[in-house]
Design a protein around this ligand. Structure first.
Ligand code: ASP
Length: 325
């Protein structure tokens, strides 16, 4: 009799322990996660004064809220990426869409890409001068064409066929970017936007949109529309969006490198992204940073510059909006 009471108590303790262990695992993974960036650079606290910092943070917050709302209500990662990036593209503060920088010849040539992690499908556009929201065009390329990357006038023709909003090239004229071309101010070389998401369905996706580099020449294309360089997503590992000196991000296949370090070397997201940004790239002078989320909802936002406009939110209520280190 005594033994059976002890056994019952023991069994009860063991089952309580088992339940609490099994609930700790799944419940520690957030239902959804969204991470965004608005570019990285070497601007200092003086270049971006407190008032400006407040303005940037407000915009990042609003963009984050748009994506979070979609995810909370069961929307997909692609829907969240499109609407969040559309907001940042329409905001003249960032070097994407409306706020795109000027080329050497005084034009605006926009690049964007998107990738979904469950089937490795991707879409991208490069050197587009008349499409209001390049990320939406990249999504159309992914979903409604047999190609991955369209450029220039062909991309615009495809945008018209998909009934996306076409604007006169003067739409992208902003006094600030024009002045920055004239002055080639260091602090104006950043501002690409990006968004990576883990949605309620366990899917990962990444999107990036940019005006490229101020004063770019010869139809130069950076890393942002290059799958594996400035953008990558794989449900087995993570989703990554990059910002920085694109030539380095292409040569070091940055976004894909982070994913493969996780896949083949078993590194955590934090280890892999730190190695690539703060060691591999930093050693060769490749300035910039990335935002990433892995399949378990972990977030990483390393950068080797002074600052990166960045923010994230998780279904658990965890949230951060930051600029400097
Ligand atoms: N990576 C972009 C490019 O090289 C620019 C940036 O992120 O600031 O085109």
């Amino acid at each position: 009799m005594k033994t059976s009471v002890t056994q019952t108590i023991l069994l009860f303790i063991l089952s309580v322990l088992a339940v609490s262990c099994s609930t700790q695992g799944p419940s520690s993974k957030p239902e959804y996660v969204i991470v965004i960036h608005g570019g990285a650079g070497n601007a200092s606290n003086r270049d971006i004064n407190e008032e400006k910092q407040k303005e940037y943070k407000e915009k990042l917050n609003e963009a984050l809220a748009i994506g979070e709302n979609i995810l909370k209500n069961g929307g997909t990662c692609i829907e969240a990426i499109e609407k969040t990036i559309n907001y940042l593209e329409d905001c003249p503060l960032f070097n994407a869409g409306k706020g795109a920088v000027f080329t050497h010849d005084g034009r605006n040539e926009l690049d964007a890409s998107v990738m979904q992690g469950w089937d490795l499908n991707a879409g991208a556009v490069a050197g587009v001068g008349d499409v209001k929201n390049p990320i939406s065009l990249a999504i159309e390329v992914m979903l409604n064409s047999e190609h991955v990357l369209l450029s220039g006038s062909g991309a615009s023709q495809f945008a018209e066929e998909q009934e996306l909003e076409i604007v006169d090239s003067s739409y992208f004229f902003t006094e600030k970017r024009w002045e920055s071309l004239q002055n080639m101010l260091k602090s104006e070389k950043h501002g690409t936007v990006g968004c990576v998401v883990l949605d309620k369905y366990g899917n990962l996706a990444a999107g990036t949109s940019t005006g490229g580099r101020t004063n770019k020449k010869y139809g130069r294309i950076g890393d942002s529309p290059i799958i594996g360089a400035g953008n990558y997503a794989n449900n087995n590992t993570c989703a990554v969006s990059a910002t920085g000196h694109g030539e380095f991000f292409i040569r070091y296949a940055v976004a894909h490198d982070i994913s493969t370090l996780m896949e083949y070397k078993g590194m955590s997201l934090k280890e892999a992204s730190n190695l690539v940004i703060n060691t591999k790239l930093a050693e060769v002078g490749g300035l910039g940073g990335i935002i990433a989320v892995d399949k378990d909802g972990n977030v990483a936002m390393p950068f080797n510059t002074n600052m990166m406009f960045r923010a994230y939110a998780k279904s658990t209520g965890e949230k951060e909006v930051a600029i400097f280190k």
